[in-house]
Design a protein around this ligand. Structure first.
Ligand SMILES: O=C(O)CCC(=O)C(=O)O
Length: 312
């Protein structure tokens, strides 16, 4: 019998560095302003200071009312909650990101497991670079990308399409315990840990579910964000059980992941020809509504007080 498809958050979760590097440090060759922040399961985690990031310079970034049709989102047929948005990055921006990733250097992509990241070539054979920027609004790259993405997002994690709300509920992985009403979680920003993928001929990321990244008890990711950095290669679609999304340069693909009930099984299908495929990957983070957090804190305070009163 075949094993169940794996669930992986693809290196998006930060774990304390434990193991020594698998490859010698490459700091000597790094672009200015980029450093190795540490190693996780031997994989270097690169970090770039804001002013040295590959710039995102499109002219329409300040225009909140931009209703250019080419920026509209399109649902992915037969994958509930999944949608694409064209022109999230322009051609120049995609090329700069690819060149930047090539300077950092791709390595075999590992698979995240409960015990760190492991090479599992039966599941994925593509290459990857893990690259972090500053969170808290300090990274121009993250800030700009978020501004372009956020207007297309569902209003909360219970919505099945951009800007539509429903009242479904969410269960965790172990035994179906309800973790919270999904509608309490609103999109708040992007995971500052980007993963850049490269697929050469015959490389693949086989059928799997994406895991989520929990930043803290009130913030976690519910959506995968994939941005295609190039197009025109053979094979290399993102495949779901009934439909394939053919990569288009600069287009974003978003779908639910982690404990979300709409998390779809999917695959980065095998690349056939000689032109490599490049992808930028991160997660959309959601934050629990403040009123709920306050209610939880009040409940905690009340139970502390009860505990204090009953203590000897
Ligand atoms: O490369 C692709 O098209 C898909 C990537 C993927 O499956 C993932 O990041 O979870």
């Amino acid at each position: 019998m075949e094993d169940a498809p794996p669930s992986t958050n693809d290196g998006g979760t930060k774990t304390p560095p434990r193991t020594p590097p698998r490859t010698p440090p490459r700091e000597f060759a790094l672009p200015p302003g980029t450093m190795v922040r540490g190693y996780e399961s031997g994989v270097p985690i690169y970090y770039t200071k804001g002013e040295h990031e590959p710039p995102l310079l499109r002219h329409d970034d300040d225009d909140d009312d931009d209703d250019d049709v080419s920026h509209h989102s399109t649902p992915v047929k037969s994958v509930k909650g999944a949608f694409t948005v064209d022109h999230i990055l322009d051609k120049k921006e995609c090329i700069r990101i690819i060149q930047y990733a090539e300077r950092l250097g791709f390595q075999d992509a590992l698979v995240s497991t409960g015990h760190g990241m492991k090479k599992m070539s039966n599941i994925r054979s593509n290459q990857r670079v893990i690259w972090e920027v500053d969170s808290d609004g300090k990274s121009p790259f993250l800030r700009t990308l978020w501004a372009r993405i956020r207007r297309h997002l569902p209003v909360d994690a219970a919505s099945f399409a951009p800007c539509e709300s429903r009242g479904s509920r969410c269960f965790d992985d172990e035994g179906g315990r309800e973790i919270s009403a999904l509608s309490e979680f609103k999109p708040c920003d992007l995971n500052e840990r980007f993963r850049l993928y490269k697929y050469d001929a015959r490389q693949v990321f086989k059928w799997h579910f994406d895991g989520s990244y929990a930043r803290n008890s009130d913030e976690g990711s519910f959506l995968t964000l994939i941005i295609y950095l190039n197009e025109g290669f053979e094979g290399g679609a993102t495949s779901f059980s009934k439909v394939k999304v053919v990569p288009k340069q600069g287009t974003a693909l978003l779908f639910y992941h982690g404990p979300h009930p709409l998390s779809p099984l999917h695959e980065g299908s095998v690349l056939v020809g000689k032109t490599p495929k490049y992808v930028l990957r991160t997660d959309v983070m959601f934050k629990r509504r403040a009123s709920r957090r306050t209610a939880d804190m009040e409940e905690d305070a009340a139970s502390n007080e009860r505990a204090t009163r009953t203590s000897p």
